[in-house]
Write a protein of this length. Sequence first.
Length: 335
Amino acid sequence: MSEEVLLIGNGINNVTNKITWKNLMKGLVDNFAPAERRESLKSDIDNDKKPLPILYEEILFSSFKEQENNIIRKKDSKNTIIKLETKMKNFIKEKINNIEKEIKGKNGKDNIHGMISELVLDKDKKINNILTTNYDKILDEAVGLSEFKNKGIIKEKSHNLFRNYEYNYNSRIIKFWHIHGIATDKSVDSICLGYDRYGRYIQKVMNYIFKKIDNRYVPLNCRLKDRGYNSLDKIISWVDFFFANYIIYIIGLSLDLQEMHLWWLLTYRKRRHLQNRISKENKVYYFCSSEDRYDVKLNLLENFGVDLVKIDEPYDDSKYYKEIIRRIKENKIYG
């Protein structure tokens, strides 16, 4: 039987605190954008006029422009933009830390993180890999992880292709892959924000698939070609799960179209299958609410080889996640 993998997004946090990415972006606007631009930028956020990664860049550049007249030497320009972005990421980190405290303080019946941890630790399920786009450590700690030491084969400072954290539990190694970085106490370098980082992420993923890694590891493309779908013998990156014999459950992830690296990965995976370069596709399930009216995205996912599983509860309700967890636990994905 195929091993199961969870890919989890910010939806599980929204059940408790209702903090959305739009709210976080408005916080960046209030703290960093020029005063005369704030209302128009917040209106853009409310009306979905701009993808949030591009809007992040706009906030950064407009903030830099305010300080540009004070820059005397060209080399100071680079330092200024780096310092500004670090301040913006530290702002996000502080908000994430506040969210962690708030959610940890609510351990009642709607504690979704606790229910997911029970699913992960279930001896009959043996879910040993959790992928997440979240920067926080709430789920990691709910499962039992306390030491956040990067176990990636390559120790990345600002990227997240190999970054993972291990928790030893009853002779099992459970791995957490923070694919968008993690807001640790030490650094904010790994946090993936903005179009620049998303664009470079695609390049990182492509290099991993097509080029030799660190002069040590054969490209994923060659490993798949030589050994095939059922015998990808070693998981090096979270990318591997999309091409190996694993079932992936996508939970609480809006998967907006600006998530370019994930959409590119789904595109490449489907192309390989259609070109008969892999004998079969592994199963990828995307859980969504039956109230979801974003037909464009859902139609794309179906055509890209992802199975949609609709739940008859609102996306931001604890009942929605309880039903997903029940179905996975009982191996009754469609009810």
